[in-house]
Design a protein around this ligand. Structure first.
Ligand SMILES: Cc1ncc(COP(=O)(O)O)c(C=O)c1O
Length: 374
């Protein structure tokens, strides 16, 4: 019988893990309720409630060479994405979701002490990833009407600023920024200005064409939302030509996109009709949901160019209602940081009409119980 060797070292991960990681906020889903509800409706992650195009599902089923690596450089995928956004494939970098593309961009640009400007409240992953790379987050908050403070951003620039990340339309507020404000930032900033257009298809607009005028502009997109491929993890960016030789050095082998995800994404991009119809359906359901919410006294959905709504509630802390909804199996999001000015709100993704109706009924019921509506 072999005897195990006794460890003579003291293993202290705290000494090994990079200092930047020690104080990192954890990006996590709100904890699930103690008693798992029988019926669960996920309206908390801005996913599509609909499956991807049948062409994507068929293409997935046809991928059988799982023993082989995907195509090197993900070239066919980048060509398909390029055709979709009208850009040369060699300006496109793909990744395992847009999160992964942002990570690659930060890996390229950020050393400890470098600065990245963001405008809170915005997509929480930016802060986590920038800090994970040892970067400093400079927050130039949105104005109280959630417009972009372009002057504030330009005033915050300094020699250590490497990147400005602008989420347009913005998550979680849902609004599109004035394109002129973004243009002013791009025109004057010497650093990379990356526009996260994860929800562009719902907005029906993109600032992609501005790339012809501003050599520092990058556009970030994803197949997660409009194409219903969140589970496949396919994101991409269109990057300035001058950045590509560097990006290709840090781009992970095979772009981190699996053969299955590649096949699904290419097939989905080929089915424009399905995607356009699905986006149209979600947008119509979003507007119907907003109209219905407006009939509840004290409830105010804010204008949205996305597949979700930020909804003001008739109470200072919306977290109470969000937790009670979760106990009833309806998951939505709450942003408690008082500095964001949306602690009285919940964010709800647009689901199927049935899911939306259940959400509204439960919300109305809870507000009635709490004496907030008659
Ligand atoms: C603004 C924004 N950017 C990026 C992402 C991440 O997209 P992906 O699923 O492609 O990683 C999300 C997902 O919610 C998002 O809201």
């Amino acid at each position: 019988m072999s005897q195990s060797v006794v460890s003579r070292t003291s293993f202290d991960p705290a000494k090994l893990v990079r200092p930047a990681i020690h104080h990192l906020p954890v990006y996590s889903r709100q904890p699930p309720p103690e008693n798992k509800p029988e019926r669960e409706i996920r309206l908390d992650w801005n996913e599509s409630p609909y499956p991807p195009s049948p062409c994507a599902i068929q293409a997935l089923a046809e991928v059988v060479t799982h023993n082989r690596y995907p195509e090197f450089d993900a070239w066919s995928l980048r060509e398909a994405l390029g055709a979709y956004v009208n850009a040369p494939a060699d300006l496109i970098i793909a990744g395992a979701g847009l999160d992964n593309v942002i990570e690659t961009l930060l890996f390229l640009l950020i050393e400890p002490g470098d600065r990245v400007i963001i405008s809170q409240p915005t997509f929480m992953v930016y802060e986590v990833l920038v800090k994970a790379h040892g970067g400093e987050v400079v927050d130039v908050p949105l104005r109280s009407d959630f417009s972009l403070d372009d002057r504030g951003i330009l005033d915050a620039l300094d020699d250590r600023t490497k990147l400005i990340l602008i989420c347009n339309p913005n998550n979680p507020t849902g609004n599109l920024f004035d394109s002129k404000a973004i243009e002013r930032v791009a025109a004057e900033a010497r650093c990379v200005v990356a526009i996260d257009e994860a929800y562009a298809e719902f907005a029906g607009s993109s600032l992609r064409d501005l790339m012809h005028h501003y050599p520092n502009l990058a556009i970030l997109r994803t197949m997660s939302k409009f194409a219903g491929l969140a589970g496949m993890r396919v994101g991409y960016g269109i990057f300035p030509e001058a950045l590509i030789p560097y990006l290709t050095r840090v781009m992970p082998g095979f772009c981190n996109v699996s053969a299955a995800a590649t096949a699904a994404a290419i097939a989905s991009l080929g089915d424009k009709e399905y995607n356009t119809a699905t986006v149209g359906r979600i947008v119509a359901d979003r507007d119907a949901l907003a109209d219905r919410l407006r009939t509840i006294p004290g409830v105010e959905p804010l204008p949205s160019a996305t597949n979700f709504l930020l909804v003001r509630l008739p109470m200072a802390d919306g977290g109470v209602i969000v937790r009670k909804l979760a106990e009833r199996g309806v998951y939505v999001r709450h942003f408690s940081n008082p500095e964001f000015g949306i602690a009285d709100c919940l964010r709800v993704s647009v689901g199927t009409p049935e899911d939306n109706a259940i959400f509204v009924a439960e919300l109305e019921d809870l507000l009635r119980d709490s004496g907030q509506t008659q």
